[in-house]
Design a protein around this ligand. Structure first.
Ligand code: PMP
Length: 436
């Protein structure tokens, strides 16, 4: 809060015409007075919205000379930009009156059909366009789900660790996120069962499990296929929904994608997909595949927020899916990310001090590094930046934000030689922290 008294004191001091306030000072006084007038208007909810730790570090990581292993940005340089440009030009000049107009709240008919084809590649064979709700990224699908299903004080379950953007959404709805332990094979079914029983015994109202079963952000861990149906059965028996977030599903380095939880469980899972990682996040187009009996409320809530998803962007994506070998494009991304991941794993094996462990992802963008117990990674950020490398401390990915001996490294946006250099810069910082 700006100290108003200080400004009033300044204003009350007699001034001669020779000492007029600068326009800047006048403006900041006016702004401070307005802030004072409106301070009592904030909703309780808005006090819970935090600036994401990833965003903070993201800004720092743009500094020249730093190797950023922080942001999980997709690598866009290999997109067919000329072709996309021509498509966008044709779209506006030939179909501009539609493309620049409002559209249906659920998304265009064409893109919803095409999304069903994309989901076939992801392992969901029975999706119907009428159950697809197009959203502004899967981030907004998470928001809509909270709007539809949660009241303040409700509990949602999530993996520990989980996606920081989802945690921020939960907090903004005053929902308590309860983490469930993962091991190297993902969410542990027995832990999930026990957690539900314990929370129910405490009188908690549990609404859903939010899960990223394939190539979890931030850990890179994948839920083993033999655990998947068990997780769904536990939630079904407990009458809890599953929100399955699968933005990295098609980015498995080798072989066919893991079968999503939604595939054989159409009534118990709301599935979130996105074009952000397989095409471009700037287009802000994602979707929710919603069970028939929940679809109407979900769609109405989404419409109440955005009216309709951006028509131009949906139509551009439709042209891209029709006019470009998008499956081939994803195949080349898989190769590229596999190579970068391999470079990161090799560099870690070479440079990391004794006592440091890390995950070996089969897809996605991230490696999760574990330091010995008791070493907090947050205070290591500053010396790491001084050494020329940025990461995201593990505390960002847990609901309580408690000190964490983990950190996330992203390999998606950085060339292999830079990745090696970044890990080389990080190693002495960790070595010193471990030595204590
Ligand atoms: N879910 C997960 C697990 C993510 O990692 C991200 C982006 N980093 C999102 C959702 C947000 O995706 P979108 O751009 O579709 O909103």
């Amino acid at each position: 809060m700006v100290n108003l008294r200080c400004y009033h004191a300044t204003m009350a001091t007699p001034r001669t015409p020779a000492q007029p306030l600068s326009t800047e000072a006048e403006l900041s006084i006016a702004r401070a007075e307005a802030a004072h007038r409106h301070a009592h208007l904030f909703s309780e909810r808005s006090a819970h919205i935090k600036q994401s730790a990833v965003r903070d570090v993201f800004d720092i990581s743009m500094r020249p000379g730093l190797v950023s292993l922080a942001g999980g940005n997709p690598f866009l340089q290999s997109l067919p930009l000329e072709k996309l440009g021509t498509m966008a030009y044709k779209l506006i000049t030939e179909q501009g009156l539609t493309a620049l107009q409002y559209g249906g709240g659920q998304g265009t008919d064409l893109i919803r059909e095409q999304i069903c084809r994309v989901m076939e590649h992801e392992g969901i064979m029975d999706a119907l366009p009428e159950n697809v709700v197009v959203t502004t990224g899967s981030q907004s699908a998470q928001d809509v789900a909270c709007k539809v299903f949660t009241n303040p004080g409700d509990v949602v379950l999530c993996e520990d660790p989980t996606y920081v953007g989802a945690l921020n959404t939960f907090e903004s709805y005053q929902v308590r996120a309860e983490p469930v332990r993962m091991d190297g094979n993902g969410l542990v079914p027995e832990e999930l069962e026990a957690r539900i029983a314990q929370l129910r015994a405490e009188g908690a109202s549990i609404k859903f499990l939010y899960t990223i079963p394939s190539f979890n952000n931030p850990s890179g861990i994948t839920l083993a296929p033999e655990r998947r149906q068990r997780i769904v059965d536990i939630c079904r028996d407990a009458e809890i929904l599953i929100l399955e977030d699968n933005p990295y599903g098609l980015l498995k380095f080798e072989g066919t994608p893991y079968v999503p939880l939604r595939a054989d469980n159409p009534d118990d899972v709301i599935y979130f997909g996105s074009f952000s990682k397989i095409l471009a996040p700037g287009l802000r187009i994602g979707w929710a595949l919603v069970p028939e009996h929940l679809q109407r409320r979900f769609y109405l809530a989404s419409e109440a927020v955005t009216l309709c998803p951006p028509t131009l962007n949906q139509m551009l994506i439709s042209h891209y899916l029709e006019g470009h070998d998008w499956v081939g494009q994803i195949a080349s991304y898989r190769g590229l990310y596999a190579e970068r991941c391999a470079a990161m794993l090799a560099a870690l094996a070479e440079d990391m001090p004794e006592g440091v462990e890390w995950t070996t992802p089969e897809g996605g963008f991230f490696v999760w590094v574990t330091l010995p117990e008791g070493v907090d990674t947050y205070p290591l950020l500053r010396p790491a930046i001084e050494a020329g490398v940025v990461f995201i401390p593990g505390a960002a990915f847990s609901p309580a934000g408690a000190p964490s001996n983990k950190l996330r490294l992203a390999f998606s946006a950085v060339a292999a030689d830079k990745i090696r250099e970044g890990v080389r810069r990080l190693a002495p910082v960790l070595r010193e922290a471990i030595a204590g």
